[in-house]
Design a protein around this ligand. Structure first.
Ligand code: TXA
Ligand code: MG
Length: 309
């Protein structure tokens, strides 16, 4: 299956695959026509850059140049893992990957199927797999193969494109994106690799630039990660509402409990599936009680704010 998928990618087709964060919709990052298929399947504007997934940090130099020391440190400490580094691009990173920007986003995912696929693709001469989250533009990222099929099957070429099933994603929210082109690391998207973790690793002050609109990050659009159901934050749910909250919150009568995570990590893992479940049940409204605290809880609140917009 993996070798068929790698061949399919090499042939210019799309392969959706699991990562530890969310499922990605992959294509050969050097093949402009294949990348066009990603934009079409997602219904995504073509000026939004894509993350290039590579098998190991040894391939970084192919895609990026003038890499800051702290970026190397981060790569050593957290790859494979839920972290994307934005770096100055080389010639290999064409405008169709970078959205015409001078930078490229790179990530080594920590998921066995993703890793096998990347290695197999590399053995066929592949240089990297571009993969945005495998959802339609603006929708909730998929965390199961089933969710990918629901999102994208009508937009895939059923004779050539593939969806690999690796079960539910272990992290559940998208990778932390760190702009490493400046003197200090700038966080562009919050995720499981938190500000504190980055500061500890680099010994540098980390700038929270999530609201920065200068660089195009579609995940930082104000409305994103949205189900069809109306998402309302921190209200008391009433009969007929969906409800997502940590397990110690009770479910009022008539309220449809969609998730009861028992930790922040579990909350991140369950959130997107629960939002999908709201739509599967055609609920008009889902009330979400936000988790408190920093780190991953902050990343969850960031997604919820946009889902509620
Ligand atoms: O966890 C993840 O990162 C998942 C899995 C599949 O790896 N991928 C993902 O891709 O979330 P996507 O395309 O849905 O979100 C990636 C974000 C986009 O908002 C994009 O604009 C931003 O990364 N991005 C990519 N390259 C960039 C660059 N050179 N500069 C700034 N932002 C960039
Ligand atoms: Mg996305």
């Amino acid at each position: 299956m993996i070798s068929a998928a790698a061949k399919s990618l090499k042939g210019g087709h799309l392969v959706a695959f699991p990562t530890e964060t969310v499922y990605g919709l992959g294509a050969d990052a050097t093949n402009g026509e294949a990348i066009t298929k990603i934009y079409k399947a997602k219904g995504r504007p073509a000026n939004h850059p894509l993350i290039v997934h590579i098998a190991s940090m040894e391939s970084m130099d192919m895609w990026a140049r003038d890499i800051a020391g702290y970026a190397i440190k981060l790569a050593r400490d957290f790859w494979p893992g839920p972290m994307t580094l934005v770096l100055k691009r080389t010639e290999l990173a064409k405008d169709f990957i970078t959205g015409g920007q001078g930078t490229v986003g790179i990530r080594v995912p920590a998921q066995p199927i993703a890793m096998s696929l990347l290695k197999e693709f590399q053995s066929l001469g592949g240089k990297g797999i571009a993969a945005p989250s495998a959802n339609r533009f603006g929708a909730v990222s998929p965390t199961t193969a089933n969710a990918v099929a629901q999102e994208l099957l009508p937009y895939l070429d059923i004779n050539n494109d593939l969806i690999l099933d690796g079960g539910p994603c272990l992290v559940g929210v998208e990778s932390t994106i760190i702009d490493c082109t400046k003197d200090l690391p700038h966080i562009l998207r919050l995720g499981a690799i938190t500000k504190e973790i980055i500061e500890q690793s680099t010994g540098l002050q980390v700038i929270d630039a999530v609201a920065n609109t200068e660089i195009r990050v579609s995940g930082s659009l104000e409305s994103h990660y949205s189900p069809k159901a109306q998402v309302v934050l921190d209200q008391v749910p009433t009969s007929g509402d969906g409800y997502i909250a940590l397990v110690d919150n009770q479910t009022p009568p008539g309220v449809i409990r969609l998730a009861s995570p028992n930790s922040i990590e579990q909350y991140a893992r369950d959130l997107y599936a629960a939002l999908r479940e709201a739509d599967a049940r055609a609920l008009p409204k889902v009330v979400v009680k936000q988790p408190q605290g920093d780190g991953l809880a902050e990343a969850i609140r960031d997604r919820l704010k946009r889902a509620a917009n």
